[in-house]
Design a protein around this ligand. Structure first.
Ligand SMILES: C[S@@+](CC[C@H](N)C(=O)[O-])C[C@H]1O[C@@H](n2cnc3c(N)ncnc32)[C@H](O)[C@@H]1O
Length: 338
């Protein structure tokens, strides 16, 4: 069955009597995620908020996952599709459903602490999922296949020690984090990255090298942005709830202990406002931060236009024109956007 807002509503654990009631619940949730972080887990105990979460994120996480996967080595993604997915902190299973929609056909295990979320996940999986769903409150299975562990907006709701305990006990072959693009979460991500590298994983995204992260000691934090296009029903909901879901900040990091590839050596980590003369980016080049400057006069009109769309997270290949104390002036040879 196609997964749309109208097809999803009858499968929620709470029936909204009107669109405005749903919108109000989404706004309430959003407020809990951003402003009231000390009471972040309150929503897990209320059927109305669990249902609102499901209505909104089951739909918005589909294009989000698709965009994230476009950054990954595609041969790795194909390998993952036949692995066992462990959706950790699965909530109502938004990413399990999105993963199936990417053509993944391996078994799906969801680990989720909230009984209401598990109930909601089972309900939408029986309507929109494919194959058997394994659900539990903690990791309690032994699995033969390669294991693909996904943290979807969940590592930020647990402390680092808990996330590490899960990694230890699950012993995954592959790990993907799709988490909020906040400075607060980045501090946790740095610890989790160090742990995974120490446990024999390679970093596949976003770092050029597995050595120390240069942003660990800077004021800035490594995060990315994606553009997502929602379908019209969801677009209407986002506008009513005043949530701009078109340009999303997020923290994405990917690791594997079996897959290896040559990572791109230059990745944009911050895009500065465009100036009259050109574009400026902070770039992680072989794990060193550099301020790149691209002058408009070195770009064709088409390139200049395309670069307006470029966000942090993009891999680029450049040629150095000149190095000054402040900038590395470069010419662009290749980017995800061109
Ligand atoms: C924001 S929701 C994300 C749900 C889903 N992954 C998504 O991205 O839409 C975070 C989920 O993580 C779960 N969670 C937090 N800490 C957990 C833990 N220690 N064990 C299992 N689940 C946990 C919460 O119960 C909640 O359902």
């Amino acid at each position: 069955m196609p997964l749309t807002l109208s097809s999803l509503l009858p499968h929620l654990i709470y029936s909204f009597t009107s669109e405005s009631e749903l919108v109000a619940a989404i706004e309430e949730l959003s407020d809990k995620f951003t402003r009231n972080r000390d009471r972040i887990t309150d929503y897990l105990r209320e059927p109305r908020l669990v249902a609102a979460y499901t209505a909104f994120y089951s739909l918005t996480n589909i294009p989000k996952l698709r965009e994230v996967l476009r950054w990954m080595p595609q041969t790795w993604v194909e390998e993952l599709k036949h692995s066992t997915l462990i959706d950790l902190g699965a909530g109502p299973g938004t990413f399990s459903l999105a993963w199936r929609r990417e053509g993944a056909n391996g078994p799906v295990y969801q680990v989720e602490q909230s009984p209401l979320m598990r109930q909601q996940a089972a309900k939408i999986w029986s309507a929109f999922g494919e194959g058997q769903l394994f659900q539990g409150q903690r990791w309690e299975w032994s699995v033969e296949n390669p294991k693909f562990l996904l943290f979807g907006h969940s590592a930020n709701e647990m402390d680092v020690a808990t996330a590490i305990r899960y990694i230890d006990v699950i012993d995954p072959d592959h790990v993907l984090f799709i988490e909020p693009g906040t400075k607060e979460f980045f501090a946790k991500m740095i610890e989790l990255r160090a742990y995974l590298l120490g446990a024999g994983h390679r970093v596949l995204f976003p770092c050029p090298l597995p050595s120390a992260c240069p942003m660990q000691v800077s004021e800035d934090w490594c995060h990315q942005f994606i553009h997502v296009r929602q379908d019209p029903e969801v677009e209407r909901l986002t506008q009513l709830a005043r949530k701009d879901r078109k340009l999303l900040p997020l923290t994405v990091q990917a690791f594997s202990r079996t897959f290896s590839t040559d990572n791109p050596r230059e990745r944009v980590v911050r895009v500065h406002p465009e100036t009259k003369f050109g574009h400026e980016w902070d770039v992680c080049h072989d794990n060193q931060l550099q301020r790149y400057q691209l002058l408009k006069r070195d770009l064709s009109k088409l390139e200049s236009k395309a670069l307006v769309e470029l966000r942090s997270g993009a891999a680029v290949v450049t040629e150095i024109i000149k190095e000054t104390e402040q900038y590395t002036r470069v010419k662009l040879t290749k980017s995800d956007k061109l």
